[in-house]
Design a protein around this ligand. Structure first.
Ligand SMILES: Nc1nc2c(ncn2[C@@H]2O[C@H](COP(=O)(O)OP(=O)(O)OP(=O)(O)O)[C@@H](O)[C@H]2O)c(=O)[nH]1
Ligand SMILES: [Mg+2]
Length: 243
């Protein structure tokens, strides 16, 4: 095992009504045998997601649960998790969805790539298109959204909206979370953009994304419109030297 193998990581998993999926995701992560803790950030899911995590905590002392009083949004759940991580001594910090769209076996790839890069994205579009079970409309929207983000912001990545990624601690330390306002897809774009602007090298590894089979999607049209405008805000920040 190399020195990198001892870097301690934290996988942050935001959840809202993921009772069908959360235990499988946690088992999947543990199967990777990586030196990582897991933090589930649950917004008091009515379906009892948190109770399932609590039950697993008895057998896994590297599993943690942060419960918030109500549904407060994906972006703020990640920020709460990232602040929690930075208060502790994790070297690597990962984002991952609970709905099994992100296969835990790629976590190993993200983990090892962080030895050489400060931000690693699990990318659906780095080698063609690797998405399973999305209707054509959604696929085209996501694909063109990423081209749009690249053109407007200059961010040199193929999948800026990916929710599966790993940061070295320094990448997150360089970001002022209190300036981040966005949620959903915008949040993902803004976080990568800010880290990149701080000089962080962004590396993409190819993943296959599989649409959720269980549970209900929380994404909405509002989330898409937020991203449409937000990229122009990022460009404005750049042009005016504010970032
Ligand atoms: N804590 C918390 N988690 C959330 C919130 N909204 C979504 N999530 C979680 O964030 C992750 C991504 O949300 P999804 O609903 O899967 O969104 P998506 O992946 O863009 O869309 P689909 O996979 O098509 O449903 C999942 O693990 C959700 O449970 C929220 O307000 N609070
Ligand atoms: Mg999903």
């Amino acid at each position: 095992m190399s020195a990198q193998a001892r870097e301690r990581g934290l996988v942050i998993i935001p959840t809202y009504n993921e009772a069908d999926n959360i235990q499988r995701v946690i088992h999947g992560i543990r199967d990777q045998a990586l030196p990582v803790d897991i933090l589930v950030v649950d917004d008091s899911s009515p379906d009892g997601t948190a109770a399932l995590v609590t039950a697993m905590k008895h057998e896994d002392d590297r599993l943690h649960l942060l419960t918030r009083p109500g549904k407060m949004g994906l972006g703020s759940a990640y920020i709460a998790g990232m602040k929690w991580a930075l208060e502790r001594d994790y070297a690597y910090i990962f984002e991952m969805d609970a709905d099994l769209s992100h296969d835990p076996r790629y976590l190993s790839d993200l983990y090892w790539a962080l030895g050489d890069h400060c931000l690693v994205l699990g990318s659906r579009y780095v080698q063609g298109v690797n998405v399973v079970n999305w209707p054509m409309g959604r696929l085209l929207l996501s694909w063109f959204a990423n081209i749009y983000v690249r053109i407007v912001t200059g961010l040199p990545v193929h999948d800026a909206t990916s929710g599966f990624k790993g940061f070295r601690r320094e990448a997150l330390e360089s970001i002022d979370f209190d300036r981040i306002r966005s949620d959903g897809y915008s949040f993902q774009i803004e976080l990568v953009f800010r880290a990149w602007k701080q000089g962080c090298d962004v590396h993409e590894i190819s993943i296959t994304f599989v649409e959720r089979r269980s549970g209900i999607s929380k994404m909405s049209k509002g989330v898409i419109w937020e991203a449409v405008w937000m990229v122009w805000y990022l460009r404005w920040l750049t042009l005016t030297g504010r970032i």
